[in-house]
Every structure is written in C-alpha cells, then in structure tokens.
Design a protein around this ligand. Structure first.
Ligand code: 6GU
Length: 279
C-alpha cells in the first residue's frame, strides 16, 4: 500500500496537532536556546518536555539526545516554548528542515521569537564575551528558506525585510542593559553557511559590507519568522575576535569560555525582554 505523501504544510500541521495534544496552556513566546542561553533553562519552571523524535515530521538532532527537545515552561510569569537544540544548515539539514520549528511555533499561536547564537566579532570595538543585540542582518546563505512555492497560509510571496528585528524589544533590551550596568553592543549579523570559519580576506570583506559579527545560524529562522509576521529578538555571544587587525586561530575551548562570559549578561537581558512581551 502506498503511503499518501503529505505536503510540507500538512507535515507542519501534523507536528502542531501532536504538540497541541500534549500541552494545555496557550504559548506566546518561542525561544531558540542557542549558545549563551543554555542557563536560561535554570530559570524556567518546566511544565512539559517533548522530545523532537516524538513529534511527527520534526527534524531529528544529530547531536546528543538531551539537545533535541521542546521545553514548555513558565518564566517571568510567561509561558514559553523553548527549543533545546537547533538545526544548522551546515549539518546537512535542508532550509525547510532548519525552519520547520518556526512554522510549528507560528501555528501554535506563538507571535514572539527569541533567538541566541555564537558569533565572531568583526567590529574592532568588540571584546570576547560581549553581547551584541542583532539590529539587522546580511544573508549570505546559499539558499533561501522561502524558495519554492509560497506558503500563502504563512505569508506573502515577497515579504518585506526592512525590519525583521523588533525595534521595541531592542529598545527594551538596551534600556535593561543600561539599568543593570551590562555593556550591550548592537550591530549587524552576517550569516554564512559554514562550517569552516572565514579566511582573512573574507573577514575584511564581511567588515567592508557592513557586518559587526558573523555566524552560521539564525538568519533562516528569522526570515521565516518575518514571513509569517512574528516579532523577533536576537542576540549574539561574541566568542572570538576576527576584525582584520585582530585575527588569530580559534579553539573550541576558547569559544566555550567566551560563551560562558556572555551567558549571564545575555540571560539577564532576555529576562527583561520576556517581561516586556505582552500576552
Ligand atoms: Cl561563522 N566565524 C567566526 N569567526 N566565529 C564564529 C562563527 C563564524 N560562528 C560562530 N562563531
């Protein structure tokens, strides 16, 4: 017997149905717990955990299993749905897989998305362990997640991209940083496919075209979130310095140490942003 093949939209709907059946409270905020935000979990009162592998059509994490789950919980009086473990394009996932969870969130009624990542600092004023609020981005990925027939249920064919990062949430975060004496940078994030880091010439190029930081994630998810009208707040942990004057070889140990420096700053800022989100 031949299985009927489901459309992408039907697969999303099927995942949504499964998640709806296992959660009761309405959720308004989604969080992608990237580098620098792992410890936010300590502050979330967990209501329910759902393994990616239990959700129909949800992509499966290639990394350790505890990094492949959705966490429904309460933080700062808000119900949030956090992704522990995200899908990177460089791991081999298609753009449709990388952004599948964002559409699932949208169909669950989530209208705010918080994202974190690790990024290399191109702005010469940045220090290792700094936090950069993403004000804008430059998409250098080789494929767009919206390529192919447009999913009209989610948004228009040619979505506006003049303000993918919510200015109100950015203002809230900057103010929170000032109030808490946390130094906050703002800047432009350039997204590349990776997995290799950049050559010196590429760092010069990225700086020249206007990037303050470079990383291998976030932009696909943000484009899909913007397409369906979600409000996005995104932050980078600056894990290494790659301004043309500053460049040296990077070890994963140094990257993790830098992320640990950024983590408490990032967590404090995110708490203020969550408090600010209505609903
Ligand atoms: Cl793409 N480049 C550098 N230099 N550092 C990074 C990165 C990229 N992604 C995370 N950290």
């Amino acid at each position: 017997l031949k299985e009927p093949t489901l459309t992408y939209h039907e697969k999303i709907a099927s995942a949504v149905q499964y998640i709806r059946n296992s959660i009761s409270s309405p959720v308004h905020t989604g969080i992608i717990l990237g580098t620098g935000l792992g410890k936010l979990l300590n502050d979330i009162e967990i209501i329910k955990e759902i393994s990616y592998s239990d959700i129909p059509f949800f992509p499966i994490s290639t990394v350790e299993s505890h990094y492949g789950k959705l966490i429904l919980g309460e933080v700062d009086g808000k119900t949030v749905l956090a992704m522990q473990g995200r899908f990177h394009y460089y791991e081999g996932y298609s753009m449709k897989e990388v952004t599948f969870p964002i559409r699932v969130m949208k169909m669950l009624g989530i209208h705010h998305l918080i994202v974190s990542n690790a990024a290399g600092g191109l702005n010469p004023d940045f220090q290792i362990g700094d936090v950069m609020i993403i004000e804008d981005h430059i998409d250098l990925f080789p494929e767009n997640p919206l390529r192919g027939s447009n999913l009209e249920e989610f948004g228009v064919r040619f979505p506006d991209m003049s303000e993918p990062y919510d200015t109100q949430l950015i203002k809230t975060a900057i103010k929170a940083g000032r109030g808490k004496n946390i130094p906050i940078n703002t800047g432009v994030y350039a997204g590349v496919q990776g997995p290799n880091l950049e050559t010196k010439a590429e760092y010069r190029y990225l700086r020249t075209i206007g990037a303050d930081a470079v990383g291998m994630s976030t932009i696909p998810e943000v484009i899909v979130a913007a397409h369906c009208g979600m409000k996005v707040f995104a932050v980078s942990a600056i894990t290494d310095l790659c301004s043309p004057a500053n460049i040296k070889k990077i070890s994963i140990q140094e990257v993790l140490a830098a992320a640990a420096i950024a983590e408490p700053k990032m967590t404090a800022i995110i708490h203020e942003v969550i408090k600010r989100i209505e609903g």
